[in-house]
Design a protein around this ligand. Structure first.
Ligand code: FAQ
Length: 311
């Protein structure tokens, strides 16, 4: 009976063991996981665009090879995550349709433009840095396939973060113009990076239940704090200023105090009104349509093989 199944599920979650695809799970748990994993997968795929924008204009062969590898990694992350979501009983086709029709979200951060090559470095440093803070705890999420996908993703994100930092460090050792380009980029990406962690805890409708289920291991504000504490010394090493006049070390708390992002801006961006939402979605829809022949050819090939096998 349901009560016994629920008790077994609760015990597994309480022991920090894993829930696996064939295990019984509450419908809300399944739905929440599909929502979060799909949003995460869509973010990786849409997240290819801002940096992909610079592949054809990379300043050197070395930078181009690094950037190509990074953008390909994001595609791979999207695919592992769609596969993890499929273990919950949805198909990748359905999820792609939910993205393209605007019924599922992707991370707000990818709705900001990349205006200079310094943005490639800043995205690696700050955006991948924020992604790592958020995703390392997800390696211990209660749902097995999601946690296992996160392990490899985190290793790759860590390479991405370092290449960004290294790019910025190189520019900071360059000309005055290059240093100004880095600072301008950091000024634009700082607040949107803090918004990646989601709304403050008291305005986060999903956090409490997701934490009780062991889907999330930390709250949005805890992870945001961790990111700020991790990033401040890195900014110092780079020689850039973080654009927050309230940012300072709080000896008593053992953490940095910092200002609040403009939460109305996050709401607007999530609702589709960020600087690049329309462009990102139009690009994704066109790529999907342009790829239709590949899907048709693959299906025809699979059907022919299957017919030959069963003939
Ligand atoms: N953007 O109740 P909560 C990457 C939505 S990293 C858009 O707090 P939750 C790597 C939220 O869905 C980026 N929507 O929600 C990369 C919910 O809406 P719903 C992807 C946001 O789920 C780097 C509502 O607001 N990472 O891709 C955002 O408990 C460089 C209320 O919020 C992940 O997805 C936002 N920033 O916590 C790739 C990590 N924040 O669905 C390329 C996994 C909130 O109820 C280049 N996800 N919302 O209508 C998570 O950890 C969580 O889902 C949070 C949100 C923390 C994002």
């Amino acid at each position: 009976p349901e009560a016994a199944l629920q008790a077994a599920f609760d015990a597994t979650v309480a022991h920090h063991d894993r829930i696996e695809p064939r295990d019984w799970m509450p419908e809300g748990y399944r739905k929440t996981l599909i929502r979060q994993i799909a949003q995460h997968a869509h973010s990786e795929i849409i997240g290819m665009q801002p940096e992909g924008n610079w592949i054809s204009r990379a300043p050197s062969l070395r930078r181009k090879a690094i950037l190509l590898a990074k953008v390909q990694d994001e595609a791979g992350h999207g695919l592992y995550l769609y596969s993890a979501a499929e273990t919950l009983g949805v198909s990748r086709d359905e999820l792609v349709e939910l993205l393209l029709s605007g019924r599922q979200k992707y991370s707000s951060i990818f709705n900001y433009p990349t205006l200079s090559y310094a943005d490639v470095g800043t995205i690696g440093w700050l955006v991948d840095g924020a992604a790592i803070c958020n995703q390392v705890p997800l390696c211990r999420t209660s749902y097995g396939p999601y946690g296992r996908a996160m392990i490899r993703i985190c290793k790759e994100e860590s390479f991405h973060q370092r290449q960004g930092f290294e790019l910025l460090m190189t520019m900071m050792r360059g000309t005055g113009e290059q240093r100004a380009m880095v600072q301008e980029s950091v000024d634009r990406f700082w607040w949107p990076s803090l918004m990646m962690f989601g709304p403050p805890d008291d305005k986060s409708p999903n956090s409490e239940q997701s934490m009780a289920w062991g889907i999330k291991r930390n709250s949005n504000d805890e992870l945001r704090q961790k990111f700020v504490d991790m990033t401040v010394p890195q900014a110092k090493a780079l020689g850039v200023t973080l654009p927050d006049p309230e940012l300072r070390w709080n000896e008593e708390r053992g953490h940095h105090d910092f200002g609040q992002p403009d939460w109305a801006e996050l709401t607007a961006v999530i609702r589709g009104n960020g600087p690049c939402n329309a462009q990102r979605m139009a690009h994704r829809r066109k790529a999907h349509e342009d790829g239709a022949w590949v899907r048709e050819a693959a299906s025809a090939f699979a059907a022919r093989n299957e017919a030959a096998r069963t003939a």
